[in-house]
Each structure stands twice: as structure tokens, then as C-alpha cells.
Ligand binder design. Sequence first.
Ligand code: HSE
Length: 307
Amino acid sequence: MSSAIKVFAPATVANVGPGFDILGLALEGIGDEIEMSLSDAGGIEIRMPGSNLPTDPKANVAGVAIQALLDELGSSQGIRMIIYKKVLPGSGLGSSASSAAGAVFAANELLNSPFSKQELVQFAMAGEAASSGKAHADNVAPSLLGGFTLVRSYEPLDVVNLSYPSDLTVVVVHPQIEVKTSDSKKILKKDISMETAIAQWGNVAGLISGLATSDYGLIGRSLQDVIVEPVRSMLIPGFDQLKQAAADKGALGCSISGSGPSVFALCNDPVSANKVGSIFRQIYQDLDIEHYVHVSKINEEGAKVLI
Ligand code: HSE
């Protein structure tokens, strides 16, 4: 059993258009890093240099997630960790998921891997519940497993890795304002009409089929969210402009990343993705809003050991 480890768990784009709470993908090059060691002192000790997030393990997503894992093992093993937050809270890029996924992945490695990555999803979900009030898996699943994931069912939990074209490239723009997932969940409608549901599940099925067959036209037609985006987009400055510009520059589609305020576009290659990234930058410069643009392929590996 090794006694210390450093891991990386990627940031993620959840919902991915029509797949509210069920679809997600992992990003390359951005994610939280966690150093962890086992301790004889008992309890969970958390440090987060440069972050204002709570370090009390009962109030920290990583602490809650690890406690869920230890409870399942019936273990009182002491854990110490330092979380280097690289994914900003309230960005819509799965900040809490990155910490929760990284923490359970690291703990599992240190404890000689009693669980598979698939099984770790349920523990990381406990962290999400502590953060947003809902144990959604659409960020923690891709952060742990990598790739493009579908939560086929929550009860029982059934997470599936989807096929997708290898050239698929993601552009994300994060306007530097904070939107809490818990707040942006509260504004959603509780009921939808049958007509709206039909439109949405047609798009979910079309998107998954398009991804599996590399049918970019079908992916583009299906990247539409008729339920959540119309409500949440009101919280995002310049959203309509970003969406129109993405279409003009050849993106397959564009929608809100997770609960926002980040916005993502999917492109069929890095060249068009960089054009979309440039126009996103231009739009927020013109609106005088600080922002950060990230262009990447989909991260195939998910959570991984660094050292
Ligand atoms: N599915 C979640 C939501 C993702 O949209 O509220 C949050 O990142």
C-alpha cells in the first residue's frame, strides 16, 4: 500500500445540450490536483491553499465523498489531503465534481483499489449532493471515467461510456461571474409539457446516435436544449450573441456548460474550434467582461495518478 499520492481529476462539461443531469464530457488540460496521504491520526484533514472553500470535511465536497467511501468499507482510516483548486467554483465546469472525483480516486488508490472507477461514481455523487443539494452524476462520471458519459439511470445507478468521433473538439468560455449550481437549479421549471419532452428526448437520442456514427450533421441538429437553456441563459451575459457567433464560425452546436455561466461549443476539428474560441474572446472583450477561453479535445482517461 503506497502512503502518498498526487492525482488529477479533469474539469467537465455537463448536460451537453439536451442531456440535463445525464450527459457529460471530460476536458483535457484543466482539472483539480490533489495530494493525499494516509494518516494514523484518524479523521479527514483538508487544506486548500489559495481557496476560500470550507476545509471542514463535513462541509467540503471532497471530505464528504471520501467519508462515503470509508463508510462503505466500514473503515476509520485517517486521510490528509491538499486540494489545489484549478477549476473555479461556480464556473459551470464541474468544480465540485473535480474535487470529489479526484478525492475518491486518490483514496481508492491509497487503499489498494477496493473499488472500480465505475463504483467510485456513487461516492463522488455524495460530494455533489453536499455542494448543490442534488446527487447528480453528470460531472463526476466523466471526471472519473473520462470520455463522454451517459447516466442511463440513477436508481439503480447505471453509467455508460459513449462512443464519439476522435476529432470532436470542445470550446469553453467562462465569463468571470459566479453562478451557484444550487441557485441555477432553483429557477428551473418543475413541470414540462409532453410536446417539450418529446422534443428533448428526440435530441438526446439523436445526439448519442450522431456521436456513435460520427454524423456531424446529426450531432449539430441534436445539440438543442428546449427545457433548461431557455431559462438559465438569462443569467449569462451575451449568451445569444455567443450562440449565433458559434454557428456562424461553423460550430456543430453551442449551449450552457453545466449550470453556467460557462458556455461551450462542440466543433468537428481543432481549426474551427480555435475560430470559435477567438470570436468568443472578441465578444466578451467588446462587452468588457473578464473571461477565460479553453479549447480542448475530450479527455479519454479521466482521473489519473500524477505521482
Ligand atoms: N446537471 C447539473 C445542472 C450540472 O445542470 O444543474 C451542474 O454542473
